[in-house]
Design a protein around this ligand. Structure first.
Ligand code: AMP
Length: 398
């Protein structure tokens, strides 16, 4: 079956068409600046040239219409007509406590996703717009929602509750939800498969280090803790997000800088993380690695602080699981920054980790980067959220 996988943001839309039998991506691309002047579509068929075109996209329906046109284009398309697309898999950011698994989308599901909008006001409404636009253009094609939060729903109460009055959980469902669940699930299962071990007998820590970053503890195939919380702001230091801070800093800064809560939240989301730590050198780890190699103090400070936080979380998840067998690195930074992996592992001598520097510098493969004698295995597993969404879609409608 050919599965159309969509990840819809408020003004952007990423897509892939995946053949579920071969698990190959047939075409992929991106619509940017939807609803803004200068809307642009990028389309790349497998093995073909990448095309970019400026084309007005006043809304997501028009964006999806253009994508479907590209996919069926007689010259560069990869399907003859839309009937060849068997199902659509939508990434949905927040499923609250309602969705512990992917679901086939119907009117009831749409209403339940809408009820989660409060928990992800920037993301869920955009996801819903994408789903509705798709339903309009492909009314007879089954659609599946795959939630970023679902994999983390197995966390025990002691891991997901905050030390707040319990009535706030009862009234508003304030708790830890976690995000990047599709990636944590895919990577942990893949690590077990690559090692030829039983997934349900392993203690795995997954470090998903991208622009956003989160870490999870997966015990016997189930998530038992994760670093992102009610929102994706908690936990690790990220590209531009602060991660954990003393909550009293918000009031302190508001007074000192004469700023309102919205402005402080914007600082925590957009001006903090390695960008803020590096005195605005960059949020991109390629620049920070360059800076580090040139001895730039701003880059060194940002990288060291970032890696220390990752190592500290790993330590807490070793405690949460009473041990660890495998630590996986994934996503843009986790897959491509050997320096980050090496700095993190410097803190993990107590786990008997021996890094294999040659393996640590390889790219793009599922690989163990520790020596065979290392007591704990550290791996790089490239994530593939789109493939995971396609698999879920086929599992439910195939
Ligand atoms: P993601 O959110 O998973 O797409 O990750 C994006 C981030 O990965 C970028 O902002 C970079 O910081 C980082 N990244 C991508 N490529 C490299 C690379 N070759 N070396 C170091 N960091 C990289």
């Amino acid at each position: 079956m050919k599965v159309f996988v969509i990840n819809c943001g408020s003004s952007s839309l990423k897509f892939q068409l995946i053949d579920s039998e071969s698990e190959k991506c047939l075409a992929k691309g991106l619509c940017e600046r939807i609803g803004i002047d200068g809307s642009m579509i990028t389309y790349a068929p497998e093995g073909g040239e990448k095309e970019k075109a400026i084309s007005p996209m006043p809304d997501h329906t028009e964006a999806i219409r253009l994508v479907l046109e590209a996919l069926t284009n007689p010259k560069t398309g990869v399907v003859k007509n839309l009937d060849e697309i068997g199902a659509v898999g939508h990434r949905v950011v927040h499923g609250g406590e309602k969705f512990a698994e992917s679901v086939v989308i119907d009117a009831e599901v749409l209403a339940a996703v809408e009820e989660c909008n409060d928990l992800a006001p920037l993301h869920n409404p955009a996801n819903l717009i994408g789903i509705n636009a798709c339903r309009k253009l492909m009314p007879n094609t089954p659609m599946v929602g795959v939630f970023d939060t679902a994999f983390h729903q197995t966390m025990p109460e002691e891991a997901y509750l905050y030390g707040l009055p319990y009535e706030y959980y009862r009234k508003y469902k304030i708790r830890r939800y976690g995000f990047h669940g599709t990636s944590h699930s895919y990577v942990s299962a893949r690590a077990a498969a690559v090692l030829g071990k039983q997934y349900d007998e392993l203690k795995i820590i997954v470090c998903h280090l991208g622009n956003g970053a989160s870490i999870s503890a997966v015990k016997n195939g189930k998530c038992v803790d994760t670093s992102m919380g009610l929102t994706p702001l908690e936990g690790l230091i990220m590209g531009t997000r602060s991660g954990d801070i003393d909550p009293a800093i918000i009031e302190f800064l508001a007074h000192k800088e004469g700023k309102g809560i919205d402005e402080i939240m914007s600082v925590l989301n957009k001006k903090s993380g390695v960008l803020g730590l590096s005195e605005n050198l960059s949020s991109d780890f390629r620049d920070l690695e360059d800076g580090y190699n040139k001895g730039d103090v701003n880059a060194i400070r940002a990288l060291k602080t970032y890696c220390y936080r990752v190592a500290k979380y790993i330590g807490s998840y070793v405690a949460a699981m009473n041990g660890v067998d495998v630590i996986c690195f994934t996503a843009g930074v986790g897959e491509n920054a050997p320096l980050v992996r090496s700095f993190v592992c410097e803190h993990l001598g107590y786990l008997g980790i021996e890094l294999d520097e040659e393996a640590n510098h390889k790219r793009g493969e599922d690989i163990a980067v520790t020596t065979p004698g290392s007591r704990t295995t550290v791996m790089v597993i490239p994530t593939n959220e789109e493939l995971a969404i396609a698999r879920e879609t086929v599992r439910l409608v195939g």
